[in-house]
Design a binder for this molecule. Structure first.
Ligand SMILES: *[C@@H]1O[C@H](CO)[C@@H](O)[C@H](O)[C@H]1NC(C)=O
Ligand SMILES: *[C@@H]1O[C@H](CO)[C@@H](O)[C@H](O)[C@H]1NC(C)=O
Ligand SMILES: *[C@@H]1O[C@H](CO)[C@@H](O)[C@H](O)[C@H]1NC(C)=O
Ligand SMILES: *[C@@H]1O[C@H](CO)[C@@H](O)[C@H](O)[C@H]1NC(C)=O
Ligand SMILES: *[C@@H]1O[C@H](CO)[C@@H](O)[C@H](O)[C@H]1NC(C)=O
Ligand SMILES: CC(=O)N[C@H]1CO[C@H](CO)[C@@H](O)[C@@H]1O
Length: 383
């Protein structure tokens, strides 16, 4: 008799313990899911780059899908009532009607975007109007900005184009580059830096201006500097930044698809913000054609970096044929100057940049920034 009682009691105790275990397990699950979903939410918001400010995070998280958590902490809430509404245990994403659905966390963009097509046919004979090019690119937003809708890009890229009187080339450039950059899943903005007046052209100074002005417009961490007449022939030449400063245009048709010399850094190049600041930006004192890209190459090597390049068959470019512009004659001082990079780079660069901003105008496919950058100092009189 007593043994039977004992057995029953034991059985009851066991059942009780089991129940407790189940309860414990459920509570753990709830807490786990809560923390998990919260972290996920934070992660996506933080990386989306849509909004840099953290102050809104807590509010947004509370607005999303954490009601069960708050319900639990209410004085009159019981676990039983909570469990009764089983739906709430699912951590995810039932959007709340009173609030806009919070954006799903996007996966990082693939390193090798699957939509690339490889070698491209580039030609400049067909007539092109800006309206046409706009129609081809409906998803580019004002000022020439684009961000992929389906993944989280690794870089925020400002593309800087030094410019004067090349409207016709710009149409081709936009026609080819916007679709390429879209396939490459880049988050980017296009900045045309227009040198006003008819003084001698100064490419490197315009590039410095582009760096400074783009940063006023967005939180870019990667800068690609491209001449307006250079079109990549292969979309696997990815327009983002790399561990080392990047030279993209290594094989142009005009050089027989070869690098003209080992230290060539002209045409299209890219530096992260960190790399750019490490070399104090570009020189401001190269007026006229040539030399500035060699100076930039010197800055890179003198600061202990190396130039990285794509494969020769991927880094191919077509150049839109043209006669040399007026007021961009070869710079006679260039050979002398590039021997002195080591002395000049600390004082001549982004830290000494001065210019007058005249106009910033946002067009559908690019931002037009017009500046006055002065003129070359008077030539020393030869004796
Ligand atoms: C916080 O988010 C709300 C919308 O959820 C928005 O109206 C408000 O401007 C944001 N505040 C800040 C400081 O970003
Ligand atoms: C618990 O959360 C739900 C939303 O999922 C809400 O409808 C309900 O009013 C909340 N319960 C209490 C007691 O606030
Ligand atoms: C629980 O509290 C909320 C207010 O916090 C109240 O509206 C609701 O009627 C209460 N529910 C019960 C079952 O007491
Ligand atoms: C533009 O975006 C819409 C919606 O995201 C998409 O359906 C359409 O295919 C896109 N068009 C182009 C040309 O990419
Ligand atoms: C940019 O703006 C300047 C000044 O208004 C203008 O002269 C130039 O043609 C514009 N460039 C382009 C590409 O629209
Ligand atoms: C939705 C949201 O929070 N938007 C804010 C993002 O940040 C800017 C300032 O950087 C605010 O102006 C927006 O209100």
């Amino acid at each position: 008799m007593t043994r039977l009682m004992l057995g029953r009691t034991l059985e009851r105790i066991c059942k009780g313990v089991l129940l407790l275990c189940v309860l414990h397990f459920l509570i753990m699950m709830i807490l786990y899911f809560d923390v998990y979903s919260q972290r996920f939410d934070l992660f996506s918001r933080f990386n989306n780059g849509r909004n840099g400010s953290r102050s809104n995070l807590s509010g947004a998280a509370a607005g999303g899908h954490h009601y069960y958590y708050y319900n639990l902490s209410r004085p009159n809430a019981t676990l039983a009532s909570l469990l009764a509404t089983g739906r709430q245990l699912v951590p995810s994403t039932e959007p709340d009607n009173t609030q806009a659905p919070s954006p799903k966390p996007l996966p990082p963009c693939p390193e090798n975007p699957p939509g690339l097509v490889g070698r491209l046919l580039i030609e400049f004979s067909s007539q092109m109007t800006m309206e046409q090019v706009q129609k081809e690119n409906p998803n580019v937003t004002e000022g020439g900005r684009y961000t992929p809708p389906d993944c989280r890009p690794r870089w925020k890229v400002a593309i800087i184009i030094p410019f004067r009187h090349r409207e016709n080339h710009l149409k081709y450039w936009l026609h080819y580059l916007h679709p390429i950059l879209r396939r490459q899943k880049m988050d980017y903005g296009i900045y045309i830096i227009n040198q006003l007046g008819e003084e001698t052209f100064n490419r490197a100074k315009l590039l410095n201006v582009g760096y400074a002005e783009a940063l006023k417009d967005g939180e870019y961490d990667c800068f690609i500097f491209s001449d307006v007449d250079l079109i990549p022939m292969d979309d696997r030449n990815l327009y983002h930044c790399y561990d080392q400063p990047r030279h993209f245009a290594i094989a142009m048709d005009k050089f027989g698809f070869r690098l003209p010399y080992a230290g060539y850094f002209g045409g299209v190049s890219g530096l992260s913000k960190k790399q750019f600041l490490k070399i104090n930006g570009f020189p401001n004192e190269y007026w006229g054609w040539g030399g500035e890209d060699d100076d930039i190459y010197n800055r890179i090597t003198l600061n202990g970096m190396k130039v990285s390049r794509p494969d020769n068959h991927i880094g191919r470019y077509r150049m839109i044929k043209h006669t040399r512009d007026k007021h961009n004659e070869p710079n006679p001082q260039r050979f002398h100057k590039i021997r002195n990079t080591k002395n000049t780079m600390k004082t001549d660069g982004i830290n000494s940049l001065t210019y007058r901003l005249v106009q910033v105008k946002k067009y559908p496919l690019f931002t037009n920034i017009s500046v006055e950058i002065g003129k070359p100092p008077p030539r020393p009189i030869k004796g």
